[in-house]
Design a protein around this ligand. Structure first.
Ligand code: H79
Length: 443
């Protein structure tokens, strides 16, 4: 009887453990002869970053890359740069906003699938230096991030539906180019990466995308990984550099070349503590700016971040700045609200690891040192019962103020917070244990 009710209260939580089976099954294969970055800890501890998708397409309000040759005719799409003036572009404001949101890194689309470059590349004329804006967006934002204490990172699309040498074209890679030359295109891609890696100081992450199309091979991926690592030994490279990504779940197939971390897209990754991961999710629906795009409520943003942390992963939350260069005020306000929540609850996110309980409908858990943070989104009733842990709870408090009670029983660990002291978005119960929480296994 007791077990049945436990199951009903905390579905998912009973499977808690210190190591996920799926993760254990797929430690991705030998990367390359180049050693992985010595230290991913700054990135893992950061837990939260800002993704920025921007380019001339924002003038149309349609999706970046994908709308070329679909919602927007190719000739029109490729001519939008002529009107890209972005008079309000203020890189310091973007960087400050990321910091105010509690984000520790920022990833900018240096080039998306449409081929437009946000830095003045010597290898093409299709770049921001030739627009009415006429500024080096990558360079200015890299400097602004540095000044604001945010780690600057680069997104870069491997595919390029506009470049004549890349074999596939718009819409969405569904057409073939007659005079393409993949070898020449790879030389172009590597030349552009070399520019990014040598001109703009240390990059935190190289966030590749567009690897799924047929012309890109695992060999190409290994070469590109080697190039990045040789120019910047400490840069972190996502798994989309190679061919091993398993669809939008973003995990890496066993034995495949893996890069340094997994990349679930538009979904929260599953609990996985054997290999780092980061979910990328839009604050509205579209990656690039769209007028009146429905925006996620604060509760959803916070719970998404917490569920990523509870699954031992990061969250890269995306905004698409407007064509004038401003981040939409309602989106900026939402980011600052998340930052406000993190100011009182940040110790339960930044610098933590996920677990010991896997996320479930009730919420998620994180840990650091001798503390476990139980994030309760939905109380099943007057108490929450979680599977027992092999340590004593010395003290239970509610983060931000309030009393909590933790009682070890044969049926599990019972947590109580009076309804009046619960929080609407996430009641964070801080458990002080009698020893380290890192290897803790719930049973
Ligand atoms: O850069 C963002 C996307 O453009 C890119 N990756 C993130 C980080 C991406 N690559 N693949 N996909 C997204 C999946 C494609 C989904 C699609 Fe669609 C559904 C393409 C067309 C329909 C998303 C929704 C893009 C346009 C509408």
């Amino acid at each position: 009887m007791r077990r049945r009710s436990l199951l009903r209260l905390v579905p998912g939580a009973l499977a808690a453990g210190s190591l996920d089976g799926r993760a254990a099954a797929g430690p991705a294969g030998p990367a390359t002869d180049v050693p992985p970055p010595a230290d991913l800890s700054w990135w893992r501890e950061a837990r939260f970053g800002l993704f920025v998708h921007w380019g001339p397409v924002s003038l149309r309000g349609t999706e970046i890359g994908w709308s070329r040759g679909a919602q927007v005719p190719v000739e029109e799409y490729d001519g939008l740069w002529r009107q890209f003036a972005a008079k309000e572009f203020d890189p310091r404001a973007w960087a400050r906003l990321a910091r105010d949101a509690g984000m520790r890194y920022l990833v900018l689309t240096t080039k998306h699938h449409d081929g437009f470059c946000l830095w003045p590349s010597r290898l093409t004329d299709y770049h921001v230096g030739n627009t009415p804006l006429g500024r080096d967006v990558v360079g200015e934002l890299a400097a602004a991030c540095r000044a604001e204490g945010v780690v600057f990172c680069a997104y870069h699309s491997i595919l390029d539906w506009r470049h004549p040498d890349y074999p596939l074209g718009s819409p969405g890679g569904k057409t073939k180019k007659a005079a393409a030359d993949m070898d020449r295109y790879v030389a172009y891609l590597e030349g552009q990466l070399t520019e990014l890696l040598t001109r703009y100081g240390p990059l935190g992450v190289l966030w590749f995308d567009g690897e799924w199309e047929e012309p890109w091979t695992e060999e190409h991926g290994k070469r590109l990984y080697r190039l990045c690592r040789s120019r910047q030994p400490s840069v972190i490279v996502n798994n989309r550099v190679g061919k091993g990504r398993q669809d939008m779940a973003g995990t890496t197939a066993a034995g495949a070349f893996a890069g340094d971390y997994d990349t679930p897209e538009q979904r929260v990754g599953r609990y996985q503590d054997a290999r780092p991961w980061e979910s990328c999710i839009t604050i509205c629906e579209q990656w690039a700016w769209k007028p009146d795009d429905p925006m996620k409520p604060l509760a959803e943003c916070v719970r998404t971040l917490v569920t990523c942390a509870g699954g031992d992963g990061n969250l890269l939350l995306n905004v698409g700045p407007m064509p004038d260069g401003e981040i939409e005020p309602r989106q900026a306000a939402r980011l600052r609200e998340i930052g406000g929540w993190l100011r009182t609850h940040g110790e339960s996110v930044h610098g933590t690891r996920g677990g010991p309980w896997k996320p479930g409908p009730w919420g998620a858990s994180t840990r650091r040192g001798e503390a476990v943070y139980v994030h309760v989104f939905d109380w099943p009733g007057e108490l929450l019962v979680l599977p027992s842990i092999e340590r004593r709870v010395l003290e239970a408090t509610v983060l931000g103020g309030g009393r909590a009670e933790a009682r070890a029983t044969p049926g599990g660990l019972e947590l109580r917070v009076a309804p009046g002291e619960r929080r609407a978005i996430d009641t964070v119960v801080r458990l002080r244990l009698d020893g380290p929480a890192d290897r803790l296994v719930a049973r």
